[in-house]
Each structure stands twice: as C-alpha cells, then as structure tokens.
Design a protein around this ligand. Structure first.
Ligand code: OFO
Length: 181
C-alpha cells in the first residue's frame, strides 16, 4: 500500500509523462512538415517511449493499492524556431523530468516507501541515458550550425537512431509478452 503522499506524487508524475509524450508529438509533427523526417521519426519513437513510462507508473500505482487518475493537460508548444530550438527544448525537458524523478525518490525515502524507491531506480538510470542522448544530438546540431548539408546529415543520423530505438522497443515488448505467456 502506498501512502496518500506517494499516490499524489505518482499521479503528478503520470501527468508529466503524458505531457512529455504530447510535447514530443508536437515536435515530431513540426519536424515532419519542416523538412526533418529523421528527427520526426526519432521524436515519434520518443512519444512511444514516454507512453511506456506513463503506463509503467499507472500499473505500479494500481498494483500498490493506489488509483492512477489521469489529469488535464496543458497545451504543448506547437511551433519551433529551428531544429536546434527543438532539441534544446528536448534537453531542458529531460532535465526537468530527471529532477521530478529525483524529487519523487526523495519523497519515497522520506516516507520509508522502499518499494517505490526500488521501482524508481529504473527511471533514474533511464534519465541519465535520456539526458545524455539529447545532449549528444544537440551538440551535433550546434556543430553544423545552420548549414544545410550538415543538418541533412544530422537528420539522416537521427533516422538511423530512430530505427535502433524502435528495434529496442520491439525487443522489450516481445520480452514482456513472453514473460506473460
Ligand atoms: Fe523522457 O523520460 Fe519519461 O518523461
């Protein structure tokens, strides 16, 4: 059983994860219509990842005797200045999510809810990877500046990264289907 404090904090995190998926969906759509198909693919794959995070929190809270309620969401940003602007916002958002996961972990320790702390370990590790990937992409975009050929190459690389991300998502889905069989 989770405490009311932890239940409320997880519901807040569920909202953030859902908002993350909408932010990335909005960015993906912008990239798709602004000549960055690879970045769009990467962001669409990111949308699925965020839905997965949301779902993990929902299942966990319900399994622990809480009730995962969905909240109203604010409107995501719809327009971006450039690909650099998109990935600058991706990194800022991931840093914000890392902080919110850390705060949630701190509350779980304060509440002596070690099961929740243990559950959050996966997210803490995941956030290190999310931030580092966003930082690496942003560095590449900065390196090519606004130069068209360079941006084209970065976009192609993002397409390759998106394919790898999708393959990893499929592998995780297959592994969890096998576990349930
Ligand atoms: Fe991007 O990790 Fe969830 O939000």
């Amino acid at each position: 059983m989770v405490t009311k404090i932890i239940e409320k904090a997880i519901i807040e995190q569920i909202k953030r994860e859902e908002h993350s998926s909408r932010i990335y969906l909005s960015m993906a759509s912008w990239c798709q219509v602004n000549g960055f198909p690879g970045a769009a693919e990467w962001l669409y794959a990111q949308v699925e990842e965020e839905r997965g995070h949301q779902s993990k929190f929902i299942h966990y809270l319900n399994d622990r005797g809480g009730h995962a309620l969905l909240a109203e969401l604010e409107k995501p940003v719809l327009k971006f200045k450039s690909l650099l602007d998109v990935f600058d916002q991706v990194l800022k958002h991931e840093e914000y999510i890392s902080q919110s996961i850390n705060d949630l972990y701190a509350s779980s320790v304060q509440q002596k809810d070690f099961s929740t702390g243990n559950f959050l370990q996966w997210f803490i590790t995941e956030q290190i990877e999310e931030e580092s990937t966003a930082r690496a992409i942003l560095d590449k975009i900065r390196m090519v500046s606004n130069e068209k050929v360079g941006l084209y190459q970065v976009d192609k690389e993002l397409s390759t990264m998106a394919a790898a991300k999708r393959a990893a998502q499929l592998a995780v889905a297959a592994a969890s289907a096998n576990k349930g069989a």
